[in-house]
Design a protein around this ligand. Structure first.
Ligand code: GUN
Ligand code: ZN
Length: 433
């Protein structure tokens, strides 16, 4: 396989920037290069330093565009791609009215396969190179998801949802079948190529105590798998969960009682938290996932990032398609910026770009493989054009700094700003030279 040398402006993070002026937190090269060899970043730096090390490489000139690590979406629902923008309901009615009927269609394997192809195309077009996804209750939906990811050599995390109550017959497993199917999927997919399995009890409302016990057993038996679920998204949801688990001191305590908390756990939403829950998240290292477009769309509430950050908790950021309204991590940050503005918490652009790349990679425990342009990591790369639309080009005429450009991308950008996406070094769009 021929080496490929990508030339363009280059931005990668070493840690979360404290503020706009924290230049030690990142590396930026005006004329940068990334040398890709067999799907891995063999070198990155200035063009003048890297190019002589690879005289035979194919050069792809992306100047004046900006190259960053591929975007990471830490919470998305694969079987909800065809119900994005479903009108007029808050969480529980939206689940019953739109989500459950839609997810029932994924019992048909050929349907799951057809949607997987289009789903991965859309992710890649938006610059997302890794995601943590919930599949439907059907094992075949997870098979379709992982098989498609494998065909594209994408680093994807996912799992079939475990749900044995408060859902239609066609969407319920049992504590035993949920355990058996999950176990078989872990054996089939976890660690195969770039796949990672996430044990996925949907949320406390749709899992009986027996099922959460089984989920806890799976987490103990497979400590290197992720665990993903939902927590404290909506007031009615919280009250319903409390009624189903009267012995629990709060919502998070339900999952805590079944041994699910730890650094591998991703908890979507975490909006309406008690103080004890914040302390418990901090002590166990479990990670909240901020889903701004979803939280606004369902009217769920405002994620209090500053409160969690102050407690030493590292949160991820995600689209939450299909309650989320955009696949774009840029648009997710745009809405995230506004949610935080409502609480006088201002997210700066450097922090935003760090969050959807290295930050999410750290939360997933994968920063040694993805989320940066560091040598030895996997070559998942996005190429961004801050002048992609006439409105962006007009705005860019007045932009003077990198931080300003990043903020324009974050507020005005979407898939149109993604000039190219590389998955393990392979371009998604026909390579422009
Ligand atoms: N809580 C439980 N399931 C879901 C889901 O599919 N989407 C959202 N937004 N919240 C949930
Ligand atoms: Zn979700």
């Amino acid at each position: 396989m021929t080496d490929r040398l990508l030339r363009g402006r280059l931005l990668t993070f070493h840690r979360a920037p404290a503020d706009q002026n924290d230049t030690d937190a990142f590396t930026y090269h005006e004329d940068g290069a990334i040398l890709v060899r067999e799907g891995v970043i063999a070198a990155s730096g200035t063009f003048d330093a890297v190019a002589p090390t690879a005289p035979c490489a194919d050069i792809v000139d992306h100047r004046p565009h900006l190259m960053t690590a591929g975007f990471i979406d830490a919470h998305i629902h694969f079987p909800q791609a065809q119900i994005v923008a479903s009108w007029g309901a808050q969480l529980l009615d939206w689940l019953n009215g739109y989500v459950f009927p839609e997810e029932a269609r994924f019992g048909d394997e050929s349907h799951a396969q057809a949607i997987a192809t289009r789903f991965f195309d859309v992710l890649t077009e938006h610059g997302t190179t890794t995601a943590a996804a919930f599949c439907s209750v059907h094992a075949a939906s997870a098979d379709a998801y992982f098989a498609e990811a494998e065909r594209r050599n994408m680093r994807m995390i996912g799992g079939k949802v475990m749900m044995d109550r408060n859902a239609p017959d066609t969407l319920r497993d049992t504590p035993q079948s949920g355990y058996d199917d999950t176990k078989a999927l872990i054996e089939r997919w976890h660690g195969r190529g770039r796949a990672g399995y996430a044990i996925s009890p949907r949320f406390a409302i749709t899992s009986s105590p027996q099922q959460l016990e089984m989920a806890g057993a799976l987490a103990t038996e497979h400590p290197d798998c992720h665990i993903q679920t939902h927590l404290s998204e909506n007031r009615e949801e919280i009250a319903f969960a409390a009624s189903l688990y009267p012995e629990a001191s709060d919502y998070l305590n339900i999952y805590e009682r079944y041994g699910l908390l730890g650094g591998k756990m991703l908890l979507g939403h975490c909006i309406h938290l008690e103080e004890r829950e914040v302390q418990c998240l901090a002590e166990t290292g479990a990670h909240p996932v901020f889903c701004p477009t979803s939280n606004l769309f369902l009217g769920s509430g405002c994620f209090d990032h500053a409160r969690l950050d102050k407690a030493g908790i590292q949160s991820a950021i995600a689209t939450d398609i299909g309650a989320g309204t955009s696949y774009s991590m840029l648009q997710t940050l745009n809405e995230g910026y506004k949610v935080l503005q409502l609480q006088s918490q201002s997210l700066h652009a450097m922090r935003g770009f760090h969050w959807m790349t290295r930050g999410n990679a750290e939360v997933l425990g994968l920063a040694d493989r993805i989320g940066t342009l560091d040598e030895g990591t996997e070559a998942d790369i996005v190429v961004l054009d801050a002048r992609a639309t006439p409105a962006m080009a007009l705005r860019m005429d007045r932009v003077e700094t990198l931080a300003e450009e990043l903020f324009v991308l974050l507020v005005m950008g979407d898939d149109r700003a993604v000039a190219q996406t590389y998955i393990a070094g392979e371009p998604h769009k026909e390579t422009r030279r």
